[in-house]
Write a protein that binds this ligand. Sequence first.
Ligand code: ZN
Length: 261
Amino acid sequence: MSSTLPVLIILFIFGACIGSFLNVCIFRIPENRSIVFPGSFCPICKQDIPFYCNIPILSYLFLQGKCKYCKTTISLRYPLIEVLTGIFPVFLFSKFGLTPPLLFWFCFICVLIVISLIDFDHQIIPDIISIPGIFIFASSAFFIPDMSLKGALIGIFTGGGILYTIALLYFKLRKAQGMGGGDIKLLAMIGAATGVKGVIFTIFTGSFIGTCAGLWALIFIKGSSRQLKIPFGPYLSSGAVLYIFFGESLIQWYLHTIAGY
Ligand SMILES: [Zn+2]
């Protein structure tokens, strides 16, 4: 453990820096703005943020959560996303070591974080992320030992196809849009990365987490806010992340304990 500690620290710092970039993506992609230029600036007073005020997590603590110039409160979400993005490479390292799957799953989780937060904020999943994502993450065939191009293709069509059928049936029955096309493309992307087993696992666990969250909202949130359309993207993303870490053991547990195989 002690010999791996420096590796874990480097991985966390690396992840937190990427998390800082993900914050920029989450903020700018829905507004169709460049994620590279200009550099970071305060959304309120438009002052450029110097690099020493843009250090992940530390700057937030150092500035006590306020803009250096106008003292506007900075959302706690920014450092939280940096911490979250920092933790994943550490977890991935402890499961996979320094291997190609670590790199692949970290890129995949970063994209899921961006998609989840944009979906949460705007109830959209931008095509500019999900459609290239389907092609990029089909490279699971080269990074993940038990994946193949055929497996990725079957995953894409299972993910896209199942949700498309559900959405079509819902539309026919209720004459209303239930699930967005964005969810269908997201699930096709998840299928490309995780294959047919992963995508079915994701649909089940994502729906389960979504249902729990929905019940929680029904019980604890009063008034009109609970009528709001709950975005499905964050739940599907959570399901996919659970699959990466616990999919195989949860499936085995389910087959042995619940289904009795
Ligand atoms: Zn400011």
